[in-house]
Write a new protein. Structure first.
Length: 252
């Protein structure tokens, strides 16, 4: 039983470490997005695919690993880039392949198209709007998982709530261990004080000796807290006398 509890504690500790690592990664990516315009870790951004415009290269629900680019980052024809675009007044991310580049004195405009889109369905993207370039790493099906984890509900259910529960369990475990430690310490002190530690008594006899010693200690504490009880015998030793009865017997 003790071995099983130890294994369970180890598993829980490992899970806590994993959750802390995931939380740290998500937090670091969120902070990086403020500077680079896109969530990333050490310059690499996980991006979930939201449509099938790039089939068969990748499809909706996949997770792409892209490298963050800056104004002077070289982009070539055939690269797959992620850029911002305004759709209905809302800033959104899109990922298409570069099919042509227009260089105007160092300022570039990219003609892009999805691999699954008609030939005339192109988008012109400014160099300033490009955020990342696809590295070729695609985690099939993990885009949906990533979207859920980075949502408020997913982060709470999968990361924050387990951490709270694990924290409560750790507090409980610390308190329990502290109680057991104090109990073992009290028993050890009682054995030494009663002289029963090395007496060769059986386990049951040692238990009785410890209980007697602890009872005596409690009695002494009660007396020290209330000196008036010092001269009073234990209630079990008192003889009850009926006040309506004479102590001397009379004969008629």
């Amino acid at each position: 039983m003790q071995k099983l509890k130890k294994v369970i504690n180890i598993i829980i500790d490992v899970l806590i470490v994993i959750m802390l690592i995931i939380s740290a990664i998500v937090a670091a990516m969120s902070l990086a997005s403020k500077n680079d315009g896109i969530s990333n870790l050490f310059g690499y951004a996980p991006l979930s695919v939201q449509s099938d415009s790039m089939v068969p290269t990748f499809e909706q629900g996949d997770l792409l690993i892209s490298k963050v680019v800056y104004f002077d980052t070289p982009i070539e024809k055939g690269d797959v880039i992620t850029f911002t675009e305004n759709i209905g007044g809302v800033e959104s991310l899109n990922t298409h392949r570069v099919i042509d580049i227009d260089d105007n004195d160092g300022f570039k405009m990219y003609t892009t198209r999805g691999d699954n889109a008609p030939e005339d369905s192109v988008e012109i993207v400014s160099q300033l709007d490009v955020l990342a370039v696809y590295t070729g790493t695609n985690l099939k099906g993990f885009g949906n998982v990533y979207d859920f984890l980075t949502s408020q509900l997913g982060f709470f259910l999968v990361i924050l709530l387990p951490l709270i529960l694990f924290f409560i369990y750790e507090v409980f475990r610390v308190v329990r261990n502290l109680i057991e430690y104090n109990k073992e310490k009290a028993i050890s002190e009682a054995l030494e004080a009663s002289g029963a530690k090395d007496s060769g008594l059986s386990e049951e006899e040692l238990k009785i000796a410890v209980e007697k010693y602890l009872a005596q200690q409690n009695r002494e504490k009660e007396i020290s807290g209330n000196p008036e009880q010092a001269d009073m015998p234990p209630s079990a030793d008192l003889e009850l006398v009926d006040p309506g009865t004479n102590s001397d017997d009379t004969e008629e």
